[in-house]
Design a protein around this ligand. Sequence first.
Ligand code: FE2
Ligand code: FE2
Length: 323
Amino acid sequence: MQPQQSAVDVGDEQISHSDLEGFSKIHIDEVIEYVNSGLRSIPPPLDLYRRYLRQRWDVYELDFTQDRIDWAERMTDDELDVFQRVASGFHHGERNVEAELPTFMMGADEEDKVFISSHLEDEARHTVFFDRFFTEAVGLDEGSLMDVLDSSYELRSNAGPGVTGLLSYVSDELAKDPYNPRNRVRYATIYHLFIEGVGALSTMKITPGYCRRRGFLPAYYKGFTATCRDEARHVQYGMGFLQDSIRKAPALAEDVYEMLRTILDMNSANGNQASFEVLGLNTEEVRRFNIVQLTRKLADVGIPLPSDLQEVINRMYPEVTGG
Ligand SMILES: [Fe+2]
Ligand SMILES: [Fe+2]
């Protein structure tokens, strides 16, 4: 199987019903757009749960034999370096959100708990996907899931705590008072809105875009594209949760703004910007995509953008983090 070189225009229906093999024919950009298309009318949690049951894929169906050959023989040292830095950011992001999500589930309504259980399983599967990639394609033969995570951590370009460190802090606060609506809105802002809806989405095109253009790493391409489709359910659920919370208590919009100010302060203080040019992606393009995603998400939640935030948003840069 070789990923196709040219873009294939596919509708939401085809993405929605694709099996794992079918993802080799679907362009990653179409799947990223699919995440946003569902936001026009956000489905309730049990509808998203039904969609999960239909879209769930088996991470053990992927065969990394060709990926291992491509990794060892066909990629340049510079490409390997940037690729594994980006993939490592996702590997740790997936594991981090898998570990933190139960705190958000504790104070949720019953319908929401059913959906969040499926979301948690998605994130566990994404963690296994990156574990398989790092052991079977890259060749980190380390043993346990944690051993592989420890080894891939070294590969990250920006190994500081970053936004996932802040997520751990917000999760700890939520664990102390899991029914507190302000804590829940702060959590959904950093996780569902920012990490999944902005950070992961804008950097998701980098590695699969490279695989597609070069015809390399077919199992990685299929697994990552299927991962991106899973994100559509997570982001749609999160935007629905925020919309609903603010409709019931409009003052909670201030918690969304405060959380975003903290995240964007961290983002601008961190001067170690990643460059994706070696994988054929213009970093400025990714940066602009980042800004569009954040502006869109706030519009989806239905709250205006204060002018101080707009100014900081215009200066933000891409941060690789999985969700
Ligand atoms: Fe996710
Ligand atoms: Fe994920």
